[in-house]
Design a protein around this ligand. Sequence first.
Ligand code: IPE
Ligand code: IPE
Ligand code: MG
Length: 244
Amino acid sequence: MEKAIPSLHAARFPAHVGIIMDGNGRWAEKRALVRTQGHLEGLKAAKRVTKAASELGIKYLTLYAFSTENWKRTSEEVGFIMGLIKQYLRSELDFSRQNRIRVRHTGNFPGLPPDIQKEITDTINDTKGYDGMQVILALNYGGRDEIVRALKKYVKNNPDADFSSLSEKDLTDNLDNPDIPDPDLIIRSAGEYRTSNFLLWQGAYSELFISDKLWPDWEKCDLEAAIADFQKRERRYGGVIQCA
Ligand code: IPE
Ligand code: IPE
Ligand code: MG
């Protein structure tokens, strides 16, 4: 039976959606397959959801693809994931051109293998003029690592700074992509109720949506359901709602 798609309100669309794409391993294990097979299917889901987000008119989509902690996995799994990321960057280039999608990166760039660094740099340069959706690949990304790097950048650029006057803006201005607005909505697939080091600073007031569905099973309708749920939320940012 067709699943009913909730109707979405154009006026209350999240500008920036972040996704913690989790559950590839469990997807494979459930089918008695090797974990890498789950990552392969996860890549297909990432392509489906990127296309869906672009069709829906989302402005910024951050995809958490590999964390600073994911190096703890076997070298076989890490190598496979890095290969898939390369494949994603190459195979999505036509789609990016057709849909004017600009690809960007967040995370610890020097800590990535040189061939991945080159692939990311090439994709960023190839798409930098596009004015459609921006896809930010969080690759070798950790929220704590980004905050520490931001502080180091600040110190480097302001060697005589008086730290007693350090502001939130000083730190925000030195994050990886200071021009990108904070995520309105952070989605996590595969049912875990944790951030796993994703956008710790920027996610302070993001709405969270946790789905039990494993990432390789994600379709356009799952993204739509998450946005429909977001549209019912009352965002207060610590204030109170005034009655008329
Ligand atoms: C997410 O899926 C992909 C990465 C973290 C790279 P997992 O590989 O974490 O899948 P589970 O959590 O083991 O099911
Ligand atoms: C978070 O998933 C990282 C990515 C999706 C890239 P993990 O599977 O690494 O998170 P934990 O270990 O369950 O917290
Ligand atoms: Mg996981």
